[in-house]
Design a protein around this ligand. Structure first.
Ligand SMILES: NC(=O)c1ccc[n+]([C@@H]2O[C@H](COP(=O)([O-])OP(=O)(O)OC[C@H]3O[C@@H](n4cnc5c(N)ncnc54)[C@H](OP(=O)(O)O)[C@@H]3O)[C@@H](O)[C@H]2O)c1
Length: 294
């Protein structure tokens, strides 16, 4: 199966190009970074898909700067809404299934339990609004789609919370981390593998298109995640001492974009439909720490 990946330099996109995953799923993956394929340019998309003729497109490209989006509103919507729409229109024209990644930030976080795919989105910030608009553009323009909503992504490639904590933890004895936002970290490589599993099972009879939630199996808070990162960093000799992690509230750490207090995704649908287990983020974290040491 020939799979074309957009946003191939991103945290998730780069996982889709790892040789072990590609070999495991016997896929041929064409990775396109922004310079090669800009999803805001519909002619660029059309030319690339006509040239490569992939069996599936995975869109890992996105505008992901959650706080900056509050100022760069047009840019966030141009990439996340219009870019997704462009891909959906051309993929529909060429009858190529489209796999797309979305976010827990489409929800407002007010629910008391995990969000499932039937819960009504209600994003509070520009990033979440632009991602929801992207989902809607795909649903409207292309029936053959999987939209995978993920949360709290971390991995070996790109910037993420784990790397920030390791950098800060090196120089500090004590730090404050938000404890009232709940969610489940998701290992980027597990997202890559899930997308490849979804891609390779597609056939002419596939009729289970739609939205799926996928995240780590054991929810925590950013504070809990930081504690685990530091405990493991000490055990693996990355840090000599574990910094003291003080729990604070979101109100005590104001950000331009409001974050959902509850980001926990119910992932039963993807498990029941495709037998895909949730990400074991603790194992993923071990891998990231090993890579950090090198
Ligand atoms: N990170 C998280 O915690 C998180 C949580 C929930 C959902 N998600 C979703 O997961 C997906 C992957 O996120 P990620 O963490 O891998 O993001 P990322 O590391 O920021 O990667 C996004 C990639 O998209 C590229 N890109 C931006 N605009 C583009 C355009 N117009 N055309 C083509 N490529 C473009 C970027 O290229 P440049 O390097 O040139 O900017 C970057 O390589 C996104 O859909 C995101 O919304 C992420």
């Amino acid at each position: 199966m020939k799979i074309l990946v957009t946003g191939a330099n991103g945290q998730v996109g780069s996982e889709l190009l790892q040789a072990d995953l590609i070999n495991k799923y016997n896929a041929q993956v064409i990775g396109c970074d922004r310079a090669l394929l800009d999803i805001t340019n519909i002619d660029n998309i059309k030319a690339m898909l006509n040239q490569e003729k992939p069996d599936v497109v995975i869109n890992a490209a996105a505008y992901t700067a959650v706080d900056k989006a509050e100022e760069e509103i047009d840019l966030a919507f141009t990439i996340n809404e219009k870019g997704s729409e462009n891909l959906a229109i051309i993929c529909n024209e060429l009858a190529i299934p489209l796999l797309h990644i979305s976010t827990d930030y489409v929800f407002d976080g007010a629910k008391n339990s995990a969000y499932d795919e039937n819960d009504a989105p209600n994003p509070t910030g520009i990033y979440g609004k632009s991602k929801l608009a992207g989902e809607q553009a795909i649903i409207k323009n292309h029936p053959m789609h999987y939209i995978l909503r993920v949360a709290w992504v971390f991995g070996e490639h790109g910037n993420n919370f784990v790397k920030t904590m390791l950098r800060i933890g090196k120089d500090r004895e004590q730090l404050n981390v938000v404890a009232d936002q709940k969610g489940a970290p998701t290992y980027a490589k597990d997202i890559g593998e899930t997308l490849l599993k979804l891609a390779v099972q597609i056939n002419e009879e596939t009729n289970d298109w739609g939205i799926y939630h996928y995240s780590g199996a054991t929810p925590t808070s950013w504070h809990g995640f930081a504690q685990t990162i530091f405990e493991k960093a000490v055990k693996t000799n990355i840090l000599a001492n574990k910094p003291k992690v003080l729990p604070i509230t979101s109100k005590e750490y104001p950000t331009p974009a409001e974050r959902p207090l509850n980001s926990i995704l119910n992932c039963d649908k993807i498990t029941q439909t495709f037998n895909i287990e949730q990400s074991n983020w603790q194992l993923g974290l071990n891998n990231v720490l090993q890579a950090w040491k090198k």
